[in-house]
Design a protein around this ligand. Structure first.
Ligand code: CO
Ligand code: CO
Length: 325
């Protein structure tokens, strides 16, 4: 859903007054966190969507990686998941099986099992997971607790919305999708584990609201601002060229309109296509973390040792607002 509409709808819900709810709907965070004991809390999230790639097995795996990501973004360790799926009545059972197998294999890679689920009939296929994780209540990584001076690091390139849209309209071939698919299918587990020992103040993952949208949630929660260096943001190959041709999902264009309405400023040197790309709705995007400046390099080193490139893309500043240079 559009971020501004969702925020409006959520405001109309009754307030949550259960003291065991450590993270609820008030902070636009990645997952709910519910305290069971002083040393144990559940991290709970759900995510599903329509097919974004041609191959059903790959779709299932990406959907699972995407759903698991919200647990990693909270600092949690997944323990199990439930599947949520919708398939057309006339769909080949082998195709359905491939989607479910893709999800199950990705869950196994994350060290968990899918222990149940629910399916319905629908004209448009949909698949995803509800993931449960565990965390120590004192170690919850919120998206709202960044501190001025923190370095912002991003662990995957952006542009998956633009590339999948281009593929859907046959503007690019399947081979041009390889980099985007490899990125979307990769778990954020290694990027999260690499945070070990670093002074990380806030974390989220970049998904439907785009880099700018998730960063806006981060700075709004912290009553701070951020400066982004556009040239430092890692991009998927081909995404900028496609953006300059106006190829982007409606959600990405809406994200950019929301960013502008919210007062995000761009230096003149930041071209239109780049602005759209920075707002591009991501599927299974990377972690966006705010780390004390002294520890930024340490995180990059620990991430690299796990095969993850963490790009330093900007800083948290005291003055509210988001500026892209
Ligand atoms: Co998220
Ligand atoms: Co989500």
């Amino acid at each position: 859903m559009d971020a501004s509409v969702l925020a409006q709808v959520l405001r109309e819900l009754p307030p949550i007054d259960d003291p065991n709810v450590l993270v609820g709907t008030s902070t636009a965070d990645d997952a709910g966190v519910y305290k069971l004991r002083d040393d144990l809390a559940l991290v709970q999230t759900v995510d599903f969507f329509t097919p974004i790639v041609d191959d059903p097995y790959t779709f299932g795996a990406i959907a699972a990686a995407n759903a698991l990501s919200d647990v990693y973004a909270m600092g949690g360790r997944p323990i199990n998941a439930l599947a949520i799926a919708a398939f057309p009545e006339d769909m080949d059972p082998r195709t359905i099986g491939a989607v479910l197998r893709g999800g199950a294999d990705k869950a196994r890679e994350a060290g968990i099992n899918i222990i149940g689920g629910h399916t319905i009939k629908d004209d448009e296929p949909k698949y995803g997971l509800s993931v449960t994780g565990v965390i120590h209540p004192d170690r919850v990584l919120r998206n709202s607790t960044a501190v001025p001076g923190d370095v912002l690091l991003l662990t995957k390139p952006i542009g998956t919305g633009i590339l999948t849209t281009a593929r859907r309209s046959d503007r690019i071939g399947e081979e041009a999708m390889a980099e985007a698919i490899a990125s979307m299918i990769a778990l954020n587990r290694a990027a999260a584990e690499a945070l070990d020992g670093c002074a990380v103040h806030a974390a989220t993952d970049v998904t439907g609201f785009g880099l700018l949208g998730h960063l806006r949630e981060m700075v709004a929660g912290a009553n701070a601002g951020a400066e982004i260096l556009a040239a430092q943001v890692p991009l998927l190959h081909g995404a900028l060229e496609l953006a300059s041709l106006g190829v982007a999902p409606g959600g990405s264009k809406m994200n950019l309109a929301n960013a502008l309405a919210d007062g995000v400023t761009f230096d003149d040197a930041v071209e239109e296509a780049m602005r759209l790309l920075l707002a591009d709705a991501q599927t299974s995007g990377g972690l966006l973390v705010a780390i004390a400046a002294d520890d930024a390099e340490r995180y990059q080193t620990q991430a690299a040792a796990r095969g993850v490139r963490a790009a330093a893309i900007g800083t948290i500043v005291a003055r509210p607002g988001l500026r892209v240079r």
